[in-house]
Design a protein around this ligand. Structure first.
Ligand code: M6R
Length: 611
């Protein structure tokens, strides 16, 4: 986790870094800091959000054309001023920002302690900067060389940027396992965990690869790998609008992202789907297309919301393509020695493309001969680069920690992939295929309609905002939606919630139901409608409070329940794209009413780049 930003050039560094840290706060927000070179190397850092750091900087003389900044999600050491980054070496000569974990830091620290080094923080990062400084002093080598040698001795993951007191034009950055983007401006360079702090200044970027070290010295950039071999930088032009990463008049990023879904779902179909012509093109799946079509087994690895998207995808693929699918938590898959046969196909689904467990699951499947298809939202992310092929979800930057528009985009892309396989294999009738394409094209309009229930949901939120527990129940395609609704509520409002297949309720959770218990049923008119009506009756018989998401025009369920939210009808397989909308809104409004920090919930970070 953690966000890092650095700058060297002709502009004042501090405002660029502070603004950049605010854009990266979604990655971690328990402390923040900045180091500047202004008549000596200065470090300012503070527990809390970037706003606390800004208050600390008020009135300070910050003029510097070079600087590094960090926003932290604690791994080693509690969140406090001392453990906050940047960290300074004991000599005072170097400062560092770091995103990742140095796994062998304890052994390195022992060596340094023996040499007389002392440490002020509990972090692995303070060990790393002293290790680099020690090499530099003893070998009288350049900072770039000292960083290279240090990294060759380090086990773990890192994106780092180091600056030195004795060189006002020098920044040394490196990555392994944690993302790092270099922005190439006019005589100036930017470094950041993703492109959002950079795009205001330049859209020319280089995505550093693992084991690469970038040295900017007096306006010149050189990239080498940790074996000291020079690399030719691949400069890409990125296409990201500034307004896409700003709130655009909404109170929170999460609400903006919920409301963006008609557009983001449309964006992810653009250029890929033309229902009138029966055309479905996925440009990122070419060379391995046949392997995918003829796969005997498909595995899906993911975490959190992306794992829920994987569950819905399992239903798509098995229904339309008749290929067996297994969906695994990446964190379990990576450690349990799963059976993978040569030619098995693995889909890795990840909004950020940086989730450590998903990356590790990919590596383990790849080593056993699987073909990996990455489904990421962040362009240039690690997962998209280590996958054989894949597809971007094109939902645009998702800043709110609770994933919303990325989920619906993941469903949209996986649905298109399933239809494409089924069409090629001949496991879907031509008429059904065309009907599905048409209905998919209609989904943005239906999501727009589903958003119209917002005011009604606010009233329900006000009624249940003090509840201590919630139960979410669904069947078939709506079961993963129940899991997703429960996760959304837990993570942003801190109310305990469970998602279950509705029929499983009587095997345990039914014991929880009393007149205090809100139970959200996702009960649209589909193949399990009659069954779910029975499940609702079971809850009502025990005096539970039922909030039902139903198909527009339903008259049966509204007569039985306490609250009804209508969504437009669509194909059963596409229902999750519509039914998840009221659940996102319900969690959002409850969290706001409970004064929770919606975009930055406690203990969480947007991308989990550590185990
Ligand atoms: O970036 P990823 O999709 O790989 O992230 C996976 C999970 O960490 C993520 O979905 C998490 O569960 C969200 N906070 C859910 O809203």
């Amino acid at each position: 986790m953690c966000g890092i930003v650095a700058y060297v050039g002709h502009q004042e560094a501090a405002p660029i870094i502070i603004k950049g840290l605010k854009r990266l706060e979604y990655r971690g927000y328990d402390s923040a800091g900045i180091s500047l070179l202004n008549g000596g190397l200065h470090v300012y850092k503070k527990k809390g959000k970037v706003a606390e750091l800004e208050a600390l900087l008020d009135g300070e003389s910050l003029s510097s054309k070079i600087g590094i900044g960090h926003t932290r999600w604690a791994t080693h050491g509690e969140p406090n001023d001392t453990n906050a980054h940047p960290h300074r070496s004991a000599s005072g000569n170097l400062t560092i920002i770091h995103n990742g974990i140095i796994e062998n830091y304890a052994a390195l620290k022992q060596e340094l302690l023996k040499k007389g080094y002392t440490f002020t923080s509990e972090t692995d990062t303070e060990v790393l900067i002293n290790f680099i400084d020690d090499i530099r002093q003893h070998q009288q080598c350049s900072l770039g060389e000292a960083v290279r040698q240090a990294l060759n001795a380090v086990v773990g993951a890192y994106a780092i940027v180091v600056m030195a007191e004795d060189n006002p034009g020098l920044l040394v950055a490196a990555r392994k396992g944690s993302p790092l983007v270099v922005g190439v401006g006019n005589g100036e360079y930017f470094f950041a965990s993703d492109a959002t702090p950079i795009i205001e200044y330049t859209n020319e970027v280089i995505y550093l690869n693992d084991f690469e070290i970038a040295v900017v010295n007096d306006g010149r950039l050189v990239i080498k790998d940790t074996s000291d071999i020079e690399k030719t930088p691949y400069i890409q032009t990125i296409n990201m609008e500034l307004e896409a990463i700003e709130k655009g008049g909404f109170e929170h990023f999460m609400l903006k992202e919920i409301y963006e879904q008609p557009r983001s779902i449309g964006d992810c179909m653009r250029g890929r789907l033309n229902a009138a012509e029966g055309r479905l093109v996925l440009g990122g799946i070419r060379e391995y297309s046949n392997k995918l079509t003829h796969a005997e087994r498909i595995l899906i690895v993911a975490c959190g919301t992306s794992w829920h998207a994987g569950l819905v995808s399992e239903y798509f693929i098995e229904e339309f393509c008749r290929i067996p699918v297994e969906v695994e938590y990446a964190s379990e898959f990576r450690y349990r020695n799963p059976v993978i046969n040569e030619g098995d196909v693995v889909f890795a689904i990840s909004q950020s493309g940086e989730t450590a467990d998903t990356l590790a699951a990919i590596e383990s499947a790849k080593a056993k001969g699987a073909i990996i298809f990455g489904l990421c939202n962040v362009v240039g992310s690690s997962i998209s680069r280590v996958s054989h092929e894949g597809a971007y979800t094109h939902a645009g930057p998702e800043i709110g920690v609770a994933s919303t528009k990325a989920f619906t985009a993941q469903l949209t892309v996986m649905f298109m992939i399933a239809l494409r396989i089924a069409h090629r294999k001949g496991t879907i009738a031509e008429s059904k295929y065309h009907q599905m394409l048409v209905e998919l094209e209609n989904i943005p309009g239906k999501v727009e309609e589903a958003l119209a229930v917002d005011n009604q949901i606010k009233e329900i939120a006000a009624r249940y905002k003090e509840a201590r527990n919630f139960l979410y129940l669904g069947r078939g395609y709506n079961f993963p939606v129940a899991l997703e609704g429960a996760l959304k509520l837990k993570e942003i409002s801190y109310i305990h919630a469970e998602g279950y297949p509705a029929a499983e309720m009587k095997h345990g959770p039914i014991a929880l139901i009393d007149e205090e218990m809100p139970v959200v049923f996702i009960a649209t008119q589909d193949s399990s409608y009659d069954k779910i009506v029975s499940n609702i009756q079971e809850v009502k018989a025990r005096k539970g409070k039922v909030i039902a998401i139903v198909t527009q025009g339903d008259t049966v369920i509204p007569a039985m329940v306490d609250h009804v939210i209508e969504v437009p009808a669509t194909e059963e397989a596409l229902m999750p794209l519509v039914t998840v909308i009221p659940l996102q809104l319900l969690s959002y409004h409850i969290a706001v009413m409970r004064n929770c920090n919606v975009d930055q919930p406690r203990n969480l970070a947007k991308s989990v780049t550590v185990e």
